[in-house]
Write a protein that binds this ligand. Sequence first.
Ligand SMILES: [Cu+2]
Length: 313
Amino acid sequence: MKAFSSIANSHCSFLLLGLLLLFASSLSLANAETHFHDFVVQATPVKRLCKTHSTITVNGQFPGPTLEVNNGDTLVVKVTNKARYNVTIHWHGIRQMRTGWADGPEFVTQCPIRPGGTYTYRFTIQNQEGTLWWHAHSSWLRATVYGALIIYPKPGSSYPFTKPKRETPILLGEWWDANPMDVVMQATRTGAAPNVSDAYTINGQPGDLYNCSSKDTVTVPIDSGETNLLRVINSALNQELFFTVANHPFTCRSSRRLLPQTLHHFSHHARPRPNHRRPYLRQPTTSSILLSGTCLPKRPRCTIRQYNNNSHS
Ligand SMILES: [Cu+2]
């Protein structure tokens, strides 16, 4: 009898545990949201370096829209291709758990979306938070088809650091005065390296050292004593770029597991090469920067310069 009651008890506790797990998972599902977005890939007039180009964008925006979600949420993005090139969209850094067909590399996980076609990407963010980004994964369309993808912690949980006063995505990029698709096509035809870009950009704008650009320079306000979060993304095609704030250290947070590091500059490479050793910190393609306003001048100059091996070694 005693033996029977202990078996019955263990069954009961299994049942209770099962119910609790079901309750917990339904609670987390109740918190999770599904975000629906329409991405229309289309040619848009964009003026940079004194000239207007017919640039391939998403929804007419360059850089494209910033997507904001919480860890655990689901994203449903319907992409309509109104451009004259094939296109796919890749969600850079997202771990696609059983949704590999939403990953986006052209001819790897899907056929390209042909001009006039559509494709709906649907995936759930599982146990990821921080700064990621999305970009076209067809030829060189990603020179202009890209944007930030920001994952906040689950509702009710907090950042692994004091909540910053302000958050700003900083997308570093490259701009060609020619059509980037022609640049890569010419390189393929001739076998030579592709022409280098005509400007480096911050949030799609060349710095104020470039022609016709000074009035459009990106300004990130910061007050003395406050801490801001800069979400830095290297969306340049192949270039390694350094990031620094003039005469000002900042704290770099790559993930919850890594200790914060105080830095004066770091390099951002476009493609991860983990075995490459350098004397400075080499970050993956994205990172979160905490910047405290202590002695910044009211309007620090914001410039972007090409990496020069001699001056940084
Ligand atoms: Cu990528």
